[in-house]
Ligand binder design. Structure first.
Ligand code: SAH
Length: 224
C-alpha cells in the first residue's frame, strides 16, 4: 500500500514513520509512505501556499493551486483509490474505517493548516474526509500519521504475530482483555493464577470473560 501525504510541514511526519511497526512495514516493502512538501508546488515568488479569506475574517486559507499541482502530478504517475482530507468535520476515524482503508492500494492524504483549505480543493479533488476526533488541532499532520499507523498495522504481513491485531480492542465487538508480563509478583501485586496455569482453553475463556466484563463496564454501546 502506498501513501502520498501532502504537507506544508513535512518534518512533522519524519519521526512517526521512522520507528517500530511503521518502519518495519516500509522495510518489508509492504507499505510505502512518501511525504510531499506543498511549498515545492507554490507558484509565486514568495513560495506562499495560503492567502486571506474572501469575505474577510480571521485566519489564512490554503490556496488551491499548490494542492492541485501536486495532486495532478501524483495522479499522472499512478491511479489513486482515495484522496483523503484530514478535517475535524469529516467522518470520525474508527477501526471499521481503518479496516476499509487497509484494503486499498494507493491513497493521497492532504494535511490542512491555518484556518483550513479552499473549499474548491475539497469539492474537486477530495473523495473522503476523515477526522480523528471532536477537537481541533493546528494541522493535519498528526491526524494523517494516526490514520497511516492505524491502517498500516492491519496490512497482512506487517505484524509479526498475525493474530495479535485480531484480539485488539474494536477489532471485534469486545475491548482487549487485561495483559500481564513478568514478574508474576511485583511488590505483592500478583498476576491472575489462571494465566500461569498453562491451560490454554481455560486462559482463552478467562480472557473472553474479562474482555466482556471490561466492555460492559466501559463501552456498553459496543455490545448493542
Ligand atoms: N477551521 C477548521 C479547522 C482548521 S484546523 C474547522 O473549524 O473545521 C487546521 C487543519 O488541521 C485542518 O484543515 C485539518 O487538516 C487539521 N485538523 C485539525 N483538527 C483535526 C481533526 N480533529 N481531525 C483531522 N484533522 C484535523
Amino acid at each position: 500500500m502506498r501513501f502520498d501525504i501532502i504537507s506544508v510541514l513535512p518534518d512533522l511526519l519524519t519521526s512517526p514513520f521512522a520507528h517500530s511497526i511503521l518502519l518495519r512495514a516500509q522495510k518489508k516493502g509492504v507499505a510505502e509512505i512518501v511525504v510531499h512538501n506543498l511549498r515545492d508546488y507554490a507558484t509565486n515568488k514568495q513560495k506562499s501556499v495560503d492567502d486571506y479569506p474572501y469575505g474577510g475574517g480571521s485566519g489564512m486559507i490554503m490556496s488551491i493551486e499548490p494542492f492541485a499541482l501536486c495532486i495532478e502530478k501524483l495522479k499522472s504517475e499512478r491511479d489513486y483509490d482515495e484522496v483523503i482530507f484530514m478535517s475535524p468535520d469529516g467522518e470520525t476515524l474508527n477501526q471499521t474505517i481503518a479496516n476499509q482503508l487497509s484494503t486499498l492500494k494507493n491513497v493521497i492524504i492532504l494535511c490542512g493548516h491555518y484556518k483550513g483549505i479552499d473549499q474548491r480543493i475539497r469539492d474537486i479533488f477530495v473523495t473522503r474526509e476523515i477526522s480523528i476526533g471532536d477537537y481541533v488541532l493546528s494541522g493535519g499532520e498528526l491526524p494523517a500519521a494516526v490514520v497511516v499507523d492505524a491502517v498500516v498495522r492491519l496490512i497482512p504481513g506487517v505484524l509479526n504475530d498475525e493474530t495479535s491485531a485480531l484480539s485488539d480492542s474494536f477489532q471485534g465487538e469486545l475491548l482487549d482483555a487485561p495483559n500481564y508480563t513478568r514478574p508474576a509478583d511485583w511488590r505483592g501485586h500478583t498476576v491472575p493464577d489462571i494465566l500461569l496455569s498453562g491451560h490454554q482453553a481455560k486462559i482463552n475463556e478467562w480472557r473472553h470473560d474479562e474482555a466482556l466484563k471490561r466492555t460492559q463496564e466501559r463501552r456498553p454501546d459496543l455490545l448493542e
